[in-house]
Ligand binder design. Structure first.
Ligand code: ADP
Length: 318
């Protein structure tokens, strides 16, 4: 049988309970009270009592529903505002590399362009293409995460090697006034774990890209330590930092700290939401410690699933 709508159920309940109350309360009163004067007075109070009880009931039911409706309304407004910000962001983020690709490929066609200039222009075109691909990948990733169409693929991973590989690929991107270091919290043997290497690489790469983007001098370091049955990763920088007001919001999709009309740093505001989505899938947590002007330290955890037992150093059965 099809479920009755909420409002019909309320009205039906009201009529049934009211009817039962009228019939049975009268019967009970007539049975117990013989004095007609007393009966009339009680009848009046009985009416008020019913009105009071139904008012309280209506208030409670209506209030809980109104709260739900108002929350949903606020969510819809927020989501709409974020989508508009996202559209503005993404069109700007796409237009910049697109213009660069078009501009430099135009210059390449020019007969007066020297070979060294051509190499520089090709470099710019390749950089802008990477930027475009990155945006498309981020949008794809977030939609896969949000529709639940992404899964974890655990395999044996040499974590220390993975961190070293990241070091080699990020080192050339580090600005010259910044020191760059990696901290590995376990021996090579104990850092052989079961996890999804692609996701770990993607999360660390996103955090490192941000650290590089928002840091002009000082240091950037990353690594992990073991905390009981978890591995706690970190990416630490001495960059612009983030006000505590934004420490939660930045993990929501499309959220950027800088105002929508001021565009100092590129990015569509999806990187951290993707990190959080992946970390949720890995059954970990992500959080930040940061102060404006002092830098940011991002942390995330994953369960520690070693391949070798730390005492016997024999393979653990998984
Ligand atoms: P974006 O593509 O804009 O970098 P993210 O989701 O990666 O998107 O980050 C969201 C926002 O968080 C950024 O716009 C930036 O304001 C802030 N943020 C992220 N990482 C850092 C960092 N290391 N230092 C300062 N601000 C950061």
């Amino acid at each position: 049988m099809q479920k009755l709508k909420f409002e019909y159920r309320i009205i039906a309940g009201y009529i049934i309970i009211g009817g039962l109350w009228i019939i049975f309360s009268d019967k009970l009163l007539n049975y117990f009270i013989r004095d007609p004067d007393l009966l009339t007075r009680i009848q009046t109070f009985k009416g008020w009592f019913y009105v009071l009880i139904t008012a309280i009931l209506f208030y409670t039911i209506l209030k809980s529903h109104l709260i739900k409706i108002r929350n949903a309304e606020q969510k819809a407004i927020d989501s709409d505002r974020l989508k508009t910000a996202f559209l503005q962001n993404i069109s700007h983020e796409i237009r910049t590399p697109m213009n660069s690709i078009l501009g430099f490929s135009g210059l390449l066609k020019d007969k007066n362009t020297s070979d060294t200039e051509k190499t520089d222009y090709l470099e710019m075109i390749s950089k802008s293409s990477d930027q475009l691909l990155n945006i498309v990948n981020e949008v794809l990733d977030i939609s896969l995460i949000e529709t639940g169409n992404i899964s974890i693929n655990k395999k044996r991973v040499q974590l220390n090697n993975l961190l070293d590989e990241l070091y080699l690929s990020f080192k050339p991107l580090i600005k010259k006034d910044i020191s760059f270091s990696v901290i590995k919290g376990l021996s090579d043997q104990l850092s052989l774990i079961l996890t999804d290497a692609i996701k770990i690489r993607q999360i660390l790469s996103n955090l490192l890209n941000n650290a590089i983007k928002y840091t002009d001098n000082g240091h950037i370091s990353y690594g992990y330590t073991r905390v009981i049955d978890k591995l706690e990763f970190f990416v630490d920088d001495t960059g612009i930092g983030i006000d505590s007001e934004f420490h939660q919001k930045i993990f929501e999709r499309f959220h950027k700290v800088e105002q929508e009309n001021i565009r100092l740093y590129e990015g569509v505001g999806l990187g951290l939401a993707i990190c959080k989505g992946n970390i949720d899938l890995l059954k970990g947590e992500i959080w930040i410690e940061s102060e404006v002007g002092k830098g940011s330290k991002f942390f995330f955890t994953i369960p520690y699933e070693p391949v070798y037992d730390e005492e016997t150093l024999k393979p653990v059965l998984h």
